[in-house]
Design a protein around this ligand. Structure first.
Ligand code: NAG
Ligand code: NAG
Ligand code: NAG
Ligand code: NAG
Ligand code: NAG
Length: 561
């Protein structure tokens, strides 16, 4: 009875918030303690905000993505150009007129748009922003020498524009925190001579031969970074001179999109670029970065906006970034998910790290807990990569779960049709060992989809080889690079790029992948689950997905048209 009442009153409250113009009533607006409040932003200071205009035909876009990504469809691989995506989804004339009129009536005329017309990036003073977006109050915060401007309170917009906007970016979401990559977790330094993961180890484990490198003229791959980090060209060159023997590779990035920051190279950035170029060897590589951004920008959103404004993009992008689903508004996640569809329908493969907290844990109060899914890992329209370790760290043998490997079920996105049979089969076979149902939502998108080694990597950072670097940030570029070499072979055969991989991946039913069947990942440290989340099983599981690539077999099955 109590619960029912609570649900009712909450939904009444939510619908009244929606009516009164809150676009993101469920967005977390609290600024975490590690950010220090500097003060109110002066009324005359300039802010840069991003307006996400309502798109048309999102349902048609979703259907189109399904068709071009399903290997059994006649439209498989018939990807759209940015131009065609634009024609399909660009906001209606009315939407554009209403939003622009609203901005102009506040004196805002300094706006940039994108090719698809569905984002506007506008500059205005804080005073104007606070009038435009009622309720907003802009403050400046600082952490580790980084400053940013955010609103301490939620915003709402006038009824007339409410239906024409998805959300406004630059008010709430914070830049991601660096992952704790260097854990030295299982093997203490005293373990001495353990193997550690290097390009040679990866290529041996996944059976990549000297000839499995890129050959096509116009193939390329990319990593995207949002951590105010940059990669160091000298570190990359040093890494390749130490670890790049035995396979043809590039030792330089071909294109940096955005401005590289100054200062020290980031470990995360070094890891991503060094490893995508080791499995995706001899392939032109781009690095998306955005230091130098405005204090009020959301770096991840900036990257998405950029993808909508570039007609010539690499086929594969790997991203090691994520937030708790419950800290983000449904409006934001839904719109970003649409942005992923826009990329997928163009034939672009987006790979995201599944996260480094296993099933995660959210404290619900009263001693109750639930698992905590992470976004974008939980989006149905990206390929999410989990992590594994060697069973025997001194030998290139088979892999078991890396207990940090992120996985679980979304509370926001429904389970997509490409995975329903697979996940239902898992829930049945694993029934007796599953955590209590109250911890997760079996109707949601389940992840990860695939995995690779994520433990004990060697990385060159600031000229020095560093061991014990771990996390799904490592496995993600490794898988990305392999998909790039497969794309390369496809392009040489005149076939379209792989694009959004999941519908095809799930149809393989684990064929061409090393199944990971041992080990569980971590979760809540409470009496009920005692730190244990889901466990790997034969076939797909929400810890390591379908398993890790056996490269030659994967290439063979993904080259068959
Ligand atoms: C998108 O690209 C166009 C043309 O290259 C440019 O004029 C515009 O400013 C870009 N938009 C944004 C938001 O950067
Ligand atoms: C690939 O690797 C596995 C395990 O390392 C090995 O058993 C197998 O023979 C290799 N070759 C092929 C073609 O699968
Ligand atoms: C490396 O890639 C280039 C194209 O970018 C190609 O011409 C060359 O043959 C490739 N090298 C090998 C060994 O495949
Ligand atoms: C394809 O090749 C052209 C000409 O060299 C280059 O300008 C373009 O950036 C390449 N595209 C990609 C996605 O690598
Ligand atoms: C479970 O997931 C569905 C979407 O698949 C969602 O509609 C529902 O609200 C979720 N339940 C909870 C308790 O989060």
């Amino acid at each position: 009875m109590n619960t029912l009442l609570l649900t009712l009153s909450l939904s009444v409250l939510f619908s009244s918030l929606v009516q009164s113009g809150y676009l993101e009533y469920d967005q977390d607006v609290l600024i975490p303690d590690d950010w220090t409040h500097v003060g109110r932003v002066e009324p005359t200071e300039e802010l840069e905000l991003t307006f996400a205009l309502k798109q048309q035909n999102v349902d048609l876009l979703e259907e189109k993505l399904r068709l071009v990504s399903d290997p059994d469809s006649a439209q498989y691989g018939k990807h759209l150009t940015l131009e065609e995506v634009s024609t399909l989804i660009c906001p209606s004339d009315l939407t554009q007129k209403v939003v622009r009129g609203w901005l102009q009536s506040h004196g805002i005329t300094n706006c940039l748009t994108v090719h698809t017309q569905d984002f506007l990036q506008c500059t205005m003073t804080a005073e104007v922003a606070e009038t435009l977006l009622s309720g907003s109050k802009f403050h400046r915060y600082t952490r580790d020498g980084q400053t940013l401007v955010r609103s301490s309170a939620p915003y709402f917009v006038h009824d007339d524009v409410h239906q024409h906007l998805d959300f406004v970016g630059g008010l709430h979401r914070l830049p991601p925190k660096g992952l704790d990559l260097s854990k030295g977790r299982k093997l203490k330094k005293s373990a001495g001579v353990h193997l550690g993961v290097t390009p040679a180890v990866l290529r041996a484990r996944y059976n990549m031969t000297v000839t499995d490198v890129g050959k096509a003229q116009n193939n390329s791959q990319a990593v995207a970074q949002f951590l105010e980090q940059y990669y160091s060209p000298a570190d990359l060159a040093e890494f390749m001179s130490i670890y790049g023997r035995g396979f043809l590779h590039h030792s330089q990035v071909d294109r940096v999109v955005g401005t590289q920051g100054a200062g020290k190279a980031g470990l995360e950035a070094s890891l991503d670029i060094e490893y995508i170029m080791s499995t995706g060897a001899n392939i032109s590589t781009w690095f998306f970065t955005n230091p130098g951004r405005h204090e009020s920008q959301e770096p991840f959103l900036q990257w998405m906006v950029l993808l909508s404004n570039m007609s010539d993009l690499p086929w594969v992008h790997t991203v090691s970034y994520g937030d708790d689903e419950d800290s983000l508004s449904a409006a934001y996640m839904t719109r970003i998910n649409t942005e992923f569809m826009k990329a997928g329908v163009r034939g672009i493969s987006l790979l995201f790290a599944s996260g480094d907290s296993g099933a995660g844990c959210k404290h619900l109060g009263g001693g109750k807990n639930s698992f905590r899914p992470s976004f974008p890992a939980s989006s149905p329209y990206v390929t999410t990569v989990g992590g594994t370790s060697f069973k025997n760290p001194f030998k290139i043998t088979y892999e078991v779960t890396d207990y940090i490997s992120g996985g679980g079920f979304s509370n926001v996105f429904k389970m997509p049709s490409y995975q329903t049979n697979t996940v239902e089969a898992y829930l049945k076979t694993a029934a007796s060992t599953l955590p209590p149902q109250s911890y997760y939502n079996t109707s949601g998108r389940a992840y990860p989809d695939i995995a690779a080694l994520s433990d004990n990597y060697w990385v060159v950072s600031n000229r020095v080889p560093i061991p014990w670097v771990s996390g799904t940030s490592a496995s993600t570029p490794v898988v990305g690079g392999m998909l790039s070499v497969i794309n390369d072979q496809r392009l040489l055969k005149g076939l379209p790029a792989l694009g959004f991989l999941n519908p095809r991946l799930y149809k393989l039913k684990g064929q061409a992948l090393f199944d990971v069947t041992e080990g569980c990942h971590l979760s809540c440290l409470d009496e009920k689950v005692q730190g244990k989340g889901f466990c790997a099983t034969p076939s797909w599981d929400p810890v390591t997905g379908w398993g890790t690539p056996n490269y030659p077999e994967l290439q063979a099955v993904l080259l068959a048209d």
